[in-house]
Ligand binder design. Structure first.
Ligand code: SF4
Length: 254
């Protein structure tokens, strides 16, 4: 059992370690109660490659929101098949369906925060319930929120989030992709430099930030997996707010 103090010390030490060294520690320390999440875009390939060279049977979560580009699903299938990955698709709880369809016209467009909560945050919360550690591919240079992240982050529910690529730059990611001749998401060459769900992703110009096409013009930069929404120990309050917002009643259905 790692204390908060020890986690903070290790996190500081890891600032000067390579992603492979951090991954090796994480997988050895927490196996088999460790998993990694991946969105299966081109820039996800290095971490996926490094981690599955340490353990090819590492559990990989893919959040299948139902809103992905067809190209993403085909690319995921291709990489999972060629690399013999242990991919588990995570889906939304079907108990949301009636509530949402009766109260929101077009979920990703009308209420993207609720949509991300239902399709990403809650499925990850459930899937990681019996885990000790979750490996994520976020990098500090990607967003203002991610710039504040630590390599090791203890969540309120006891899950240790591990961010081995936090200090890598885009140039380092691309250098690794070239050096290892890793596969590329087919939409990259069409200007999609950061790829999420189809309703919330646009191609970007060369002069724009890679993530400028994510929720463009909607005041949203994160899905919630890497923010307070995921870190909260008790999501009951969030659920209640959402129900109140949708139905005018805070009656719990769980
Ligand atoms: S990225 Fe868009 S479509 Fe995907 S879960 Fe979030 S709001 Fe919904």
């Amino acid at each position: 059992m790692l204390t908060k103090k020890r986690i903070a010390q290790l996190s500081d030490d890891f600032e000067s370690k390579t992603p492979q060294e951090i991954l090796t520690w994480a997988i050895e320390a927490f196996w088999p109660q460790v998993a990694m999440s991946s969105s299966f875009q081109t820039h996800s390939m290095p971490l996926l490659h490094m981690a599955t060279r340490i353990r090819h049977d590492l559990l990989i979560f893919f959040l299948d929101t139902g809103y992905h580009f067809w190209d993403t699903l085909i690319f995921r299938e291709r990489v999972a098949g060629e690399w013999l990955l242990n991919v588990l698709d995570l889906y939304r709880d079907s108990r949301w369906d009636v509530l949402v369809r009766q109260n929101v016209r077009t979920l990703p467009l009308d209420d993207p925060d609720l949509c991300c909560y239902i399709h990403k945050v809650q499925p990850m919360q459930k899937a990681s319930k019996d885990l000790k550690a979750w490996i994520s591919g976020i990098r500090r240079e990607q967003t203002e929120t991610r710039a504040q992240a630590q390599i090791l982050e203890l969540q309120d529910n006891g899950l240790l989030k591990i961010n081995p690529l936090l200090n890598w730059t885009k140039a380092e990611v691309e250098r690794y992709i070239r050096a290892q001749d890793l596969p590329s998401h087919p939409l990259l060459e069409k200007g999609f430099r950061s790829i999420g769900c189809a309703p919330c992703t646009q191609a970007v110009e060369q002069s724009e930030d890679d993530r400028a096409g994510r929720w463009a013009g909607r005041g949203k930069t994160e899905c919630g997996l890497h923010t307070e929404m995921f870190r909260q120990k008790d999501l009951h309050g969030i659920k209640q707010d959402i129900r109140l917002n949708l139905t005018g009643t805070s009656e719990s259905k769980d």
